[in-house]
Write a protein that binds this ligand. Structure first.
Ligand code: BG6
Length: 369
């Protein structure tokens, strides 16, 4: 069943181009308009939404964190992202104009389910983004947008993450279409960019051997840091989570802008630091700021492992290693930038002789609170 791969995780990493493509499939009509038929929430209700709260746990929450940047930008609706177990117990402000989006691969995570129930009791509409058909969370939601990643067996989530971001982006574009925030040709342009992603994800996977070799050379590392900015920030958090889960190494993700406010004190000679570099052409203009961060940590002795877009020559001179990813619009970069981080964690854990499909102390779906 592993399809010739050493682990389910390795297979699922290789499934990612399909996971994204299948999640996009069949969601437009002949004229190119997005038609999310599954969303059986009244259009008038969706037009009136004045706040979105994403609830999820673990990797699914990081997918929500990525989606926040895109959905706010496209729809001009405030989006909060909250861990489901925190949301449930803090008396959140939720009413009929709140759309709660629950993201879960399994559809069975108890913390997320309890948060869904709580939100509905407060009168919110709940839309879930779930991978497992017929699971509990969709049954208890007002609507469901299924990801089509196929079964995910390895405990550490990979292809589900990419498909969750894809589905959340479809939802964002659908809301923008419905509410008139974007012209139809802007939306179809963004859909075209999404459809171009699977081939690019495939390219990143094909470049994986260099990442694996780097990981093998680092199997004695005791701490690895991850920096990212804008949508690269949740990617950094996810990269750190993967390494903790799989390789049992202390790992932390930070927003790159936060470096000077504390984390830079951690940098000393030889400290490995991954940095996710925004596109040089990104509208947000953050590229040069992140390149400065790389210089700052390198000057203090860090070993810099940089994820950068093809052709980004500015990073070369400050990077000990560069993992290149194809060019993409900045909001879509997370679907590419996370892949080397997944491969790195898997390869490092494998080099340590660990079981990457079944890390210690973890379960694929946590059905207790
Ligand atoms: C954790 C899994 O226990 O639950 C993670 O180990 C996962 O991989 C998280 O991201 C949330 O699970 P789900 O099924 O709700 O997406």
């Amino acid at each position: 069943e592993k399809g010739g791969f050493d682990s389910f995780m390795d297979k699922e990493i290789h499934d990612q181009p399909h996971a994204v493509a299948d999640t996009l499939l069949g969601r437009t009509d002949l004229s190119g308009r997005l038609t999310l038929d599954e969303i059986r929430i009244d259009e008038s209700v969706l037009r009136a939404v004045d706040k979105i709260i994403v609830i999820a746990c673990g990797t699914a929450a990081y997918a929500g964190h990525v989606a926040k940047y895109a959905v706010e930008h496209w729809c001009r609706i405030p989006v909060e992202v909250e861990l489901a177990h925190e949301f449930r117990y803090r008396d959140p402000i939720v009413d009929e104009k709140t759309l709660v989006v629950a993201i879960s691969q399994s559809g069975e995570t108890m913390d997320t389910l309890m948060a869904v129930r709580h939100a509905r009791e407060q009168g919110a509409k709940v839309l879930s983004i779930v991978n497992t058909q017929g699971s509990t969370i969709p049954r208890e939601s007002d609507a469901v947008l299924y990801t089509h990643a196929g079964p995910e067996i390895a405990v550490a989530s990979t292809k589900a993450f990419l498909s969750q971001i894809t589905a959340a982006y479809l939802l964002g574009l659908y809301l923008a279409q419905l509410r008139g925030n974007k012209f139809p040709d802007e939306i179809s342009g963004l859909l075209d960019e999404l459809r171009a992603l699977p081939d690019k994800v495939q390219t990143v996977i094909e470049r994986g051997e260099y990442v694996r070799a780097t990981a093998r050379s680092m199997k004695d590392a005791t701490s690895v840091l991850f920096l990212g900015r804008h949508v690269g920030y949740p990617v950094a958090l996810e990269g750190a989570l993967k390494l903790k889960e799989l390789a049992y190494i202390h790992a932390e993700g930070f927003a790159a802008g936060e470096l000077k406010h504390g984390p830079i004190a951690l940098i000393d000679a030889g400290q490995p630091v991954f940095v996710v570099v925004p596109s040089p052409n990104s509208r947000e203009g953050l590229h040069s700021k992140v390149v400065s961060n790389i210089q700052e940590i390198r000057a203090r002795g860090a070993r810099t492992l940089v994820i950068a877009e093809d052709g980004d020559d500015a990073v070369r001179q400050f990077a000990d290693e560069v993992f290149w990813i194809p060019k993409a619009p900045s909001l879509l970069q997370p679907l590419l930038a996370v892949v080397p981080l997944q491969i790195f964690a898997m390869a490092l854990a494998t080099a340590k002789g660990l079981d990457v499909d079944q890390p210690r102390n973890l379960a694929k779906s946590v059905t207790v609170e």
